[in-house]
Design a binder for this molecule. Structure first.
Ligand SMILES: Nc1nc2c(ncn2[C@@H]2O[C@H](COP(=O)(O)OP(=O)(O)OP(=O)(O)O)[C@@H](O)[C@H]2O)c(=O)[nH]1
Ligand SMILES: [Mg+2]
Length: 279
């Protein structure tokens, strides 16, 4: 049997930024988007059912507001997608303003072609054609006559950064069916010039050493391997894949959870801003 120690590298496999998470949080809280006609960066999360998309949105809001929140309903009984509506999640800055970045939570991708979100709907969401409240139908994409179909999307309605959310805790991470769906969505985003990155969730469940201390994430051979598997299977570059641990059972804020989340969020905002600037 492998000893616990063999799951850890003596040296980190990624250089950890020297900035402390407080200054990163300050940077995010004071971020302003200076592009006429665009109020916020639209970050779209997609990935298999139960990957932790809704939980990631809640984790970001929890960190920014400094208390536990649960705006995007997560679900503990995985199987079929719990999120079934196209919904934009905003984070309140004060009584009258929101932060200039918002999240779109999609229905999960399921193995079966006839279940989960239709890749055609994801494509339309990327282009800004879906309105909040649209109820996904796994059998068929939205029609132009649907009241939730936006026929003339502005740059604000479009997706500015696409984030693939993959759980690290399953042996092969993605099935062939998932890979095919992810590739299809990635190609659609590529054709629109939308930047892409990935977050690897549930890292606490994937490696016992990370479970016992989140600081071991960049020493963990298991997390390194999962990152590489994701890179090879769907083609997202290694330096655009961020391991994160969502708040799911904690009742208090945790510095290590915050540091990993903020690093990923900062990257999303930067890439999203680049896209908005170019368009
Ligand atoms: N241990 C652990 N559990 C997590 C993590 N992230 C999410 N979870 C749990 O995983 C389950 C699924 O999370 P959700 O956020 O609902 O996943 P989702 O991707 O939104 O799923 P759908 O809406 O069904 O597509 C919930 O029970 C979460 O509490 C994590 O980083 N670590
Ligand atoms: Mg969800």
């Amino acid at each position: 049997m492998k000893s616990f120690k063999s799951w850890l590298n003596p040296k980190p496999w990624r250089t950890i930024p020297s900035d402390d998470s407080d200054s990163c949080l300050d940077g995010i809280k004071t971020f302003q988007l200076n592009k006429e006609g665009v109020e916020h960066i639209r970050i779209m999360l997609y990935g298999p059912t139960g990957a932790g998309k809704s939980s990631f949105i809640n984790t970001v809001e929890t960190i920014i507001r400094g208390r536990m929140t649960c705006q995007a309903l997560p679900d503990a009984v995985s199987g079929t997608s719990f999120t079934t509506k196209y919904q934009t999640h905003t984070i309140k800055k004060d009584s009258s303003t929101i932060y200039p970045f918002v999240f779109v939570d999609l229905m999960g991708l399921e193995k079966d072609r006839k279940k989960g979100v239709c890749p055609e709907d994801v494509d339309l969401a990327l282009k800004g054609h879906l309105r909040d409240g649209y109820e996904f139908n796994p059998q068929s994409p939205i029609t132009t006559s649907d009241p939730c179909y936006n026929g003339s999307p502005t740059l604000s309605d479009k997706t500015h950064i696409l984030v693939c959310v993959i759980p690290a805790n399953t042996a092969n991470i993605l099935t062939d069916e998932h890979i095919e769906k992810v590739r299809e969505i990635r190609c659609a985003a590529r054709d629109l010039g939308i930047p892409q990155m990935a977050i690897l969730t549930q890292i606490d469940e994937a490696c016992p050493e990370v479970h016992s201390d989140l600081k071991n994430v960049y020493l963990s051979n298991i997390i390194k391997k999962r990152t590489e598997q994701l890179n090879v299977s769907v083609g997202i570059p290694l330096n655009f894949i961020f391991p994160v641990k969502n708040y799911h059972s904690e009742v208090c804020l945790n510095e290590d959870i915050n540091a990993l989340t903020l690093m990923a969020l900062e990257h999303m905002i930067n890439l999203g801003e680049d896209f908005v600037d170019k368009n």
